[in-house]
Design a protein around this ligand. Structure first.
Ligand code: 5GP
Ligand code: ZN
Length: 112
């Protein structure tokens, strides 16, 4: 399977690592939309939020356990946003589940 983020996890495509453990990998977005823009992904390939099941949801809980650590590490004490885009209407461009962490400036309130 030719998945961009699986290749990033495997180190075949370079990325700027922010956090890593046995389950998840976090790295800087190549096209940042805010002063801090990090992507947190499960190492396991899950296509999108629409593919989360009872069998694979533990890694999603783990993502949200590491989000506060990453946010603190990156100085986001004043707040941040966590977003996942799913499917075509959700404007998902990379078909490997990822959570955007955005912060470092006051974000707009609208959700699209
Ligand atoms: P989506 O639009 O699917 O929610 O988010 C995909 C994100 O992946 C985008 O914000 C895009 O900038 C980022 N991205 C796409 N290709 C690469 C890449 O090769 N490296 C990194 N670090 N980010 C990427
Ligand atoms: Zn993948």
């Amino acid at each position: 399977m030719d998945c961009l983020f699986c290749n990033i996890v495997a180190g075949k495509i370079p990325s700027t690592k922010v956090y890593e453990d046995e389950l998840v990998y976090a790295f800087k977005d190549i096209n940042p939309q805010a002063p801090v823009h990090v992507l947190v992904i499960p190492k396991e390939h899950i296509a999108s939020a629409a593919a989360i099941t009872e069998e694979n949801s533990a890694v999603v809980a783990h993502v949200f356990e590491v989000v506060p650590k990453i946010a603190k590490e990156l100085g986001l004490e004043n707040g941040f946003r966590v977003v996942t885009n799913s499917g075509d209407d959700g404007a998902q461009t990379v078909k490997h589940l990822h959570f955007h962490i955005l912060g470092g400036r006051p974000l707009q309130g609208q959700m699209g």
